[in-house]
Design a protein around this ligand. Structure first.
Ligand code: PSU
Ligand code: MN
Length: 303
């Protein structure tokens, strides 16, 4: 197994020196944001992790390897090639065997992070139960992964292209803790409020780390969602963004978009319809998650 995993020098040294490490996903780069903002953001996010006391490990599949930590050239390749695959759990073996380039989703990044011994992962938003899932059965593999794989995912909640209430129900059934960071309410990605209360909100990364430690020390399988709302100054107006999401979803339906194409299609259309405002908000919330992720990794490492 180990010869399929390759570490960047920075991450290798961090492992040897037992420094805190934060995993970062790559689908957000390849399919979640347009070029060149995607690559710029990826580099800025890595720097924020460093500035807050941890080492970034952006994860992707290339040349038959799971790469833990990417060079500038590798990031550029991910952000600016048309044929990067979106890789979830089911795709990992195929991508490695065929040596193609794959960007890892939340699910696949969690798997790779766990293989590398990394416990904290920061991203934008998780996948979830899509609206209308009672007929389409479109439920992201991210949710199953959260119930199986021991990695904490710092995110700004799930955006309202999803059914946030059903996503929370699913996570509850699967025994996944969803813990607010300095909030008692599930955030809704572009906005701070969804109206759905969480069972617990924590004020400090020290306490979050202690919660994770208790869960994993008992051998309780699975990860956790650390729900960290977008900073107020970058939040979008709820009615504005909800209207646009409705329109993008209607277009997805009219165009027969389904399967793994749904999330990238909706993200792209929302960006166009907001004239880029959603992209700015998305970038800012990812940066904030990177900061909290670094602080959480440092707190966890100090236990
Ligand atoms: N949500 C976002 N931006 C993203 C994604 C989700 O706000 O880029 C990506 C993540 O990689 C997530 C994936 O794991 O989409 C979920 O895709 P699906 O719904 O096909 O499982
Ligand atoms: Mn899906």
């Amino acid at each position: 197994m180990t010869n399929m995993i390759s570490y960047s020098t920075e991450v290798q040294e961090a492992i040897e020196q037992k420094k805190p490490i934060v995993a970062l996903e790559s689908t957000i780069i390849s399919h979640g944001m347009p070029y060149p903002q995607n690559v710029e953001t990826a580099r800025e996010v890595e720097q924020i992790v460093r500035d807050n006391g941890a080492v970034p490990a952006t994860i992707a599949l290339m040349d038959g390897h799971i790469k833990i930590g990417l060079s500038d050239e590798e990031l550029e390749l991910l952000g600016n090639s048309p044929d990067v695959a979106k890789v979830s759990r089911r795709d990992i073996g195929q991508l490695l065997a065929t040596k193609k380039i794959g960007a890892t989703t939340v699910a696949a990044t969690m798997i790779c992070a766990e293989l590398a011994g990394i416990r904290v992962f920061a991203t934008g938003g998780i996948g979830g139960v899509h609206r209308g899932a009672e007929t389409t059965m479109d439920i992201s593999a991210d949710l199953e992964e959260l119930s199986n794989t021991g990695v904490a995912v710092v995110c700004a909640g799930a955006k309202s292209i999803l059914d946030i209430g059903l996503t929370l129900e699913y996570l509850e059934t699967k025994g996944v803790p969803v813990i607010g960071y300095q909030t008692d309410e599930m955030p809704a990605f572009y906005t701070r409020h969804s109206g759905f209360p969480l069972s617990y909100g924590s004020q400090s990364t020290e306490e979050l780390a202690a919660i994770l430690k208790a869960q994993w020390s008992l051998g309780l399988k699975g990860g956790a969602v650390i729900a960290n709302p977008i900073p107020q100054e970058h939040a979008l107006d709820k009615d504005f963004i909800d209207g646009i999401i409705e329109q993008a979803m209607a277009e997805a339906k009219a165009n027969g978009i389904n399967g793994k194409e749904v999330t990238p299609f909706l993200l792209g259309r929302v960006k166009e319809l907001t004239e880029g405002q959603s992209l700015v908000a998305n970038i800012e919330l990812v940066k904030h998650n990177a900061k909290v992720g670094a602080e959480l990794a440092a707190s966890y490492g100090a236990l």
